[in-house]
Design a protein around this ligand. Structure first.
Ligand code: ATR
Length: 270
């Protein structure tokens, strides 16, 4: 049996072991997948121990995605753009390859599950932290007409624009001076909901034709989605699909088979 796992701190509530167990069952892959709690300064050591045990691959979650990027011997283009790694593959030679499947997960959820076109659409991305940075490269690769990044701390939005302008059409602003464009897709990549807040964007941006995506999820409709729904939004979805698709992409990298996420979604979030 090949050994995989997820490392984080905290890790108790991670759904990754369940998701990967269901993927393995579905695709008849003989793997075990562990939940591994790692002390804040112990990431490198934990990976080394995992490697000594013959581990073949790791998912990496908060707060270690940058440590994973630094530790990897080589990294994919999307990982470099994100400055973060959520998937490590330990090759037979011992080489550690780092990739980032978060943005691919979001894009696949939009394109495949939600049937939302990204090419030639105008996207508003709210937030400029790690979650936002991780999805910009894969979104721009789909060639939207524009990706506008807006953030409470305006400077961080401009930094992302500077970092990514070579990859596509990107602009930036603070939350109060978002250009008056008819956005097709609005993505909330802030952590505002963790503090029971919503980002202070103008309600005039909420239009019924627009598709709203919240990268976080919960048992109930997220605060942000409740807000847009109350303002008349008709198309909205939370981040459960993104979670499943980023996991599926990791599984595909490791095992070479792509699991069907739709078949397991209800079981994961039951
Ligand atoms: P993550 O890795 O989850 O993106 P992060 O790097 O701490 O976490 O970034 C959190 C993001 O949520 C930031 O864009 C933050 O805005 P600031 O850069 O101004 O801090 C945003 N955020 C958090 N709480 C928010 C709130 N109440 N309103 C608007 N944006 C908020």
């Amino acid at each position: 049996m090949d050994l995989y796992g997820v490392m984080g701190n905290p890790i108790e509530h991670s759904r990754s072991p369940k998701i990967h167990a269901l993927f393995a069952e579905q695709t008849r892959q003989d793997i075990t997948y562990e939940k591994i709690f790692v002390p804040i300064n112990g990431f490198k050591e934990a990976v080394e121990q995992f490697k000594q045990r013959g581990g073949k691959g790791l998912n990496v979650t908060l707060p270690f995605k940058q440590d994973a990027f630094d530790l990897a011997d080589s990294t994919s283009e999307f990982a470099k753009q994100a400055g973060a790694v959520n998937t490590l593959t330990i090759n037979p030679s011992g080489e550690i390859v780092g990739e980032n499947t978060d943005g691919i997960g979001l894009v696949r959820d939009l394109l495949v599950n939600q049937k939302i076109k990204i090419q030639d659409k105008a996207i508003l991305l709210i937030g400029a932290g790690g979650a936002a940075r991780g999805v910009i490269g894969p979104l721009l690769k789909q060639q939207p007409t524009l990706l506008h990044v807006t953030n409470r701390t305006e400077e961080k939005a401009h930094e992302l624009k500077f970092l990514f302008h070579q990859f596509g059409s990107i602009s930036s602003s603070g939350l109060s001076d978002i250009p008056n464009i008819k956005f097709d897709i609005v993505i909330n990549a802030t952590s505002a909901s963790l503090n029971q807040n919503i980002p202070a964007i103008s309600p005039t941006l909420i239009s019924p034709h627009c598709f709203f995506y919240d990268m976080v999820y919960g048992n109930e409709l997220t605060l942000f989605l409740q807000w847009v729904k109350g303002l008349g939004a008709q198309h909205y979805v939370d981040g459960k699909g993104m979670l499943l698709e980023q996991a599926a992409e990791s599984f595909f990298i490791w095992r070479g088979v792509r699991p069907n996420t739709a078949l397991i979604k209800d079981k994961v979030f039951e």
